[in-house]
Design a protein around this ligand. Structure first.
Ligand code: TMP
Length: 224
C-alpha cells in the first residue's frame, strides 16, 4: 500500500440497540484516540442538526407521522448529505467514530416489516466502515436498567426508556434479530453488559488492532 492510502483515517462505527451505551463509549474512545495524538472526530446519525435531521427528530418524538418507507429514506438521505464531508475527512487522515450508521437504518426499518433488500438499497455507495463495533446486550436487560434509572430520572426532562418512538421492548427484540442478519467479517461484538471500563478496554484494543487502514471502500449489495 502506498503512503497516501496508509495515512487515511479509519471509519469506525458503533452499533447496538437503543441505550446500549454507544454514546458514552464513543466519547471515551474519542478521548482515548485524541490522547494518542490521532486526528479524530466523533459523529452520530441521525445528525439532527440538518433540515432532514430535524424532520427525523420530529418523527422520533412522535410530533409528526410519516410513511415507514419515507422515514427510512430520510435516515438514508441524512447520511448522504454528510457523505462528501465524511469522505474528505477520511481521505485527509481524520478517523471518524460514528454512533450508528447504515446498519441502524436497515435493522430498525426491517424490524418494522419493510423488505430487507429494499432497506439496504439506498445505503449502497456510502463509505464502508473499517470496523463495526456491536455493543451486544439483551433487550430485556436494557429495559430493566432503564426502568430503574427512569424512576430516578422521572422528573428530568429527557425521561426514561419509552421516551422515543422505537424504545419499546418487543420492537427492540426485532431490531436485535435484524442486526444479527447484518453481521459480517468487519463486525466485532462486545458484551455491553460488562462494566463500562471493561467495555471501554475491549473497544480500545479492537480499534488499535484495526487501525492499519486500507483503501477507502464503499458499501455494495451484500456487504451490508
Ligand atoms: P439515537 O437515539 O442514536 O439518536 O437514534 C435515534 C433512533 O433512530 C434510534 O431508535 C435508532 C433510529 N434509527 C433508525 O431507525 N434508522 C437510522 O438510520 C438511524 C441512524 C437511527
Amino acid at each position: 500500500n502506498n503512503q497516501k492510502s496508509d495515512s487515511r483515517g479509519a471509519l469506525i462505527v458503533l452499533e447496538g440497540l437503543d441505550r446500549s451505551g454507544k454514546t458514552s463509549q464513543s466519547c471515551r474512545l474519542l478521548s482515548y484516540l485524541e490522547g494518542l495524538g490521532h486526528p479524530v472526530e466523533s459523529w452520530r446519525f441521525p445528525d439532527r442538526n440538518t433540515g432532514v435531521g430535524q424532520m427525523i427528530s420530529a418523527y422520533l418524538a412522535n410530533k409528526s407521522q410519516l410513511d415507514d418507507h419515507a422515514i427510512h429514506l430520510l435516515f438514508s438521505a441524512n447520511r448522504w448529505e454528510k457523505r462528501s464531508l465524511m469522505e474528505s475527512k477520511l481521505r485527509s487522515g481524520t478517523t471518524l467514530i460514528v454512533d450508528r450508521y447504515s446498519f441502524s437504518g436497515v435493522a430498525f426499518s426491517s424490524a418494522k416489516g419493510l423488505d430487507f433488500e429494499w432497506c439496504k438499497a439506498p445505503e449502497m455507495g456510502l463509505p464502508a466502515p473499517d470496523l463495526v463495533l456491536y455493543l451486544e446486550i439483551p433487550p430485556e436487560v436494557i429495559c430493566s436498567i432503564i426502568m430503574f434509572v427512569g424512576e430516578i430520572r422521572k422528573a428530568a426532562e429527557r425521561g426514561g426508556y419509552g421516551g422515543e418512538r422505537y424504545e419499546q421492548l418487543e420492537f427492540q427484540k426485532k431490531v436485535a434479530r435484524s442486526y444479527q442478519m447484518l453481521y459480517d467479517a468487519s463486525w466485532k461484538a462486545i458484551d455491553a453488559g460488562l462494566p463500562i471500563e471493561d467495555v471501554e478496554k475491549q473497544l480500545r484494543e479492537m480499534v488499535i488492532w484495526r487501525s492499519q487502514t486500507f483503501d477507502l471502500k464503499f458499501l455494495v449489495l451484500g456487504s451490508l
